[in-house]
Design a binder for this molecule. Structure first.
Ligand SMILES: NC(=O)c1ccc[n+]([C@@H]2O[C@H](COP(=O)([O-])OP(=O)(O)OC[C@H]3O[C@@H](n4cnc5c(N)ncnc54)[C@H](O)[C@@H]3O)[C@@H](O)[C@H]2O)c1
Length: 310
């Protein structure tokens, strides 16, 4: 299959590129290397051609004409919740107008499948746990709103002769290549600080739990979604909640060093427990996570250790 991965220089997108190439597909990447995102030229597999291009750019049509993709994996996005609250216009411009450019070109060039990187941010605060796909979607940030709009646009285009779609609602994705300066990557941040021997900040009582899913498992879900799950939106998580305190302890063990903790108060909007029901992903994609947390944390620490030459 010929696959166009938007955002393929970023954290998750670059792993999707690797998984697609590994499975024998042909891949091209469109990524603007946006300075505030996780996109790096070095993340892009040398077997994939990289077009440094904004998804909002009219010149994107040339990539579709030249490469004629069978499938599009749409990972390019403004991915910061904080930025979306400061500048909802920019968030909508990339995450809606950019997405529409990609979707319209996909329809016009007979793309068969559109895999959309959606988010658990589309749910808002949990009303019950674990969160399944029937949970109300009441996003509480402009980012969550534009991701939800993306799901609806994908469905709308599929109904109107565009590509079939699968929306993957990611939980907290972690692993090698995550941007440690990112706001949501607690594992990347902690791993780097512990490796540097610096104190970490833990908000609230540290017992707040989230659902952390390894990026290699996320890439595999993307691969399966190329052929399955048409018309579906599915959670991609583990079904297991892990507290910040547990992550900290496990990362200290992996690195082999303890650092100080600086306690801080609860941040506005923090949720005490968030965990996903992943039964639907098993049913429609045949997917379940395969990487144990300890294994994923070790791979992540190894990556940052090597990257910094430590
Ligand atoms: N990391 C997570 O836990 C998580 C959770 C839910 C959803 N997602 C979604 O997954 C996708 C990938 O996220 P990530 O964490 O890998 O972030 P990332 O910043 O590493 O990757 C996003 C990529 O998009 C590129 N990009 C940004 N604006 C662009 C534009 N206008 N034109 C072309 N390229 C552009 C960036 O350069 C970057 O390479 C995003 O759509 C994000 O919203 C991520």
């Amino acid at each position: 299959m010929r696959i166009l991965v938007t955002g393929g220089a970023g954290f998750i997108g670059s792993h999707v590129v690797d998984a697609c190439l590994e499975a024998g597909h042909e891949v091209v990447v469109v990524d603007s290397l946006w300075p505030h995102g996780g996109g790096r030229r070095a993340n892009v597999n040398p077997r994939a051609e990289l077009f440094v291009l904004d998804i909002r750019d009219a010149a994107l049509v040339d990539v579709f004409k030249r490469f004629a993709p069978d499938a599009v994996s749409h990972h390019a996005a403004q991915h910061s919740v904080a930025l979306s609250t400061r500048d909802p216009g920019y968030d909508a411009d990339v995450n809606v107008r950019g997405l529409l450019n990609v979707l319209q070109l996909s329809r016009d060039h007979a793309v068969r499948k559109f895999v959309f990187a959606s988010s658990a941010a589309t749910y808002g605060s949990p009303r019950y746990l674990p969160i399944d796909e029937a949970h109300p979607q009441t996003p509480e940030s402009p980012y969550g709103i534009t991701k939800l709009a993306g799901e609806h646009y994908a469905r709308y285009f599929a109904a109107g002769g565009g590509p079939q779609y699968t929306a993957l609602r990611y939980g907290n994705v972690y692993g090698p290549r995550q941007d440690p300066s990112g706001e949501a990557g607690v594992i990347a941040i902690f791993a780097n600080r512990i490796l540097e021997g610096q104190a970490v900040r833990i908000d609230w009582d540290g017992e707040q739990q989230k659902d952390y899913v390894f990026v290699g498992d996320v890439a595999r879900a993307n691969l399966l979604a190329l052929e399955r799950g048409d018309g579906e939106a599915v959670n991609i998580g583990t079904g297991v909640g892990t507290s910040v305190n547990t992550l900290f302890r496990m990362l200290c063990d992996v690195v082999g060093r303890r650092v100080d903790v600086v306690p801080a108060s609860k941040r506005p909007g923090d949720v005490y427990r968030c965990v996903f029901d992943i039964a639907r992903a098993r049913e429609v994609l045949g997917w379940s996570p395969q990487t144990a947390l300890a294994e994923g944390l070790a791979a992540t620490v190894n990556f940052f250790r090597t990257a910094a030459g430590r």
